[in-house]
Design a protein around this ligand. Structure first.
Ligand code: NAI
Length: 296
């Protein structure tokens, strides 16, 4: 099984931060991309945003105006899962919940062709567990991009126990053809990056709870002294607190409640309050008209 050729159609399900980024990258690489979301307005917003980005890239000379126009033309809004029947690769980027993802893949099995690859962008849910109820779990693989997708090179290609090696290799090679730096990983809780990153967030929460310093100071210290691109709080605001909380909980549960991965009660409070970070306009910082920059 080889990397996808550009005449293959890519479907992206979930048009939030990640789905929109994946669609942008796949369309820029030459694929027709069908975007679907349970909320049609999310698809329209994603396509408008991507078109705006292509326009800006053309204005900066990073792609020609003709390329920008062509890439925009390859994006299609799908109004139902049935519209995805001709996709060679379906990438799921919906809410981080096992049951929701399982229900989606069960439905997809009845829609797509036998040779289509099913991929999940899950941050932390076991690919083995996601695939178990499927008729053909061997064609399900993790294709875990990082946020923001157009800028982040890494893609974790995650194999569950039943994943066919050839399927994982085809997804690996496709990610490479899209200009990414893919790595193979087995499906362990949190995979590679989210596993290593859990203590980073957990210690940041502890420091905040203990009153060591405020978020802006802690972020600035990690950026300036720690050499991180972003501090932990601004990074959590970028990821989304709903997503980050779900990932922590999933890793905590997968390790039978190992206290190292205990989720933060305060983070749950932020999720309950709807303070989800950039996507809701408010997290640790405010975004939009009343922006409070994360500087001490
Ligand atoms: P988001 O909240 O920005 O977008 C999720 C989208 O999925 C929403 O537009 C929602 O309407 C749609 N959706 C929810 N349930 C659906 C369903 N059953 N069918 C169709 N559409 C549905 O979330 P985000 O951040 O894009 O995350 C999506 C996935 O990507 C999650 O699994 C997350 O863990 C993973 N991920 C997130 C990263 C991040 O930094 N935010 C990084 C890497 C992976």
């Amino acid at each position: 099984m080889a990397a996808l050729t550009t005449d293959s159609i890519v479907a992206v399900i979930g048009s939030g931060a990640m789905g929109a980024g994946i669609a942008q990258v796949a369309a820029a690489a030459g694929h027709t991309v069908k975007l679907y979301d349970a909320r049609p307005e999310a698809v329209n917003r994603a396509i408008d945003d991507i078109a705006g980005t292509f326009g800006k890239l053309a204005a900066k000379g990073r792609m020609s105006a003709a390329e920008a126009e062509a890439a925009r033309g390859r994006l299609q809004a799908a109004s139902s899962l049935r519209d995805l029947a001709d996709a060679a690769l379906v990438i799921e980027a919906i809410v981080e919940q096992l049951d929701a993802k399982r229900a989606l893949f069960a439905e997809l099995e009845g829609v797509v062709a036998d040779e289509a690859i099913l991929a999940t962008n899950t941050s932390s849910i076991s690919v083995t567990a996601l695939g178990a109820p499927l008729r053909r779990p061997e064609r399900l693989v993790g294709m875990h991009f990082f946020n923001p997708v157009p800028l982040m090179a890494l893609v974790e290609v995650v194999s569950g126990l039943a994943t066919d090696r050839a399927v994982a290799q085809a997804v690996h090679d496709t990610a490479a053809a899209w200009g990414k730096s893919p790595v193979h990983a087995r499906s362990t809780p949190g995979f590679i990056v989210n596993r290593v990153a859990r203590p980073y967030y957990a210690e940041a929460w502890r420091l905040l709870n203990e009153g060591a310093a405020d978020t802006a100071t802690l972020d600035a210290v990690m950026r300036e002294a720690g050499g991180f691109r972003m501090g932990p709080f601004e990074l959590m605001d970028l990821i989304g607190h709903d997503v980050n909380y779900a990932v922590t909980k999933s890793v905590f549960d997968a390790y039978f409640g190992d206290p190292r991965f205990t989720p933060s009660v305060l983070q749950r409070e932020m999720v309950d309050a709807g303070f989800l970070g950039r996507k809701s306009g408010r997290g640790f910082y405010r975004y939009g008209d009343n922006a409070v920059p994360p500087q001490p």
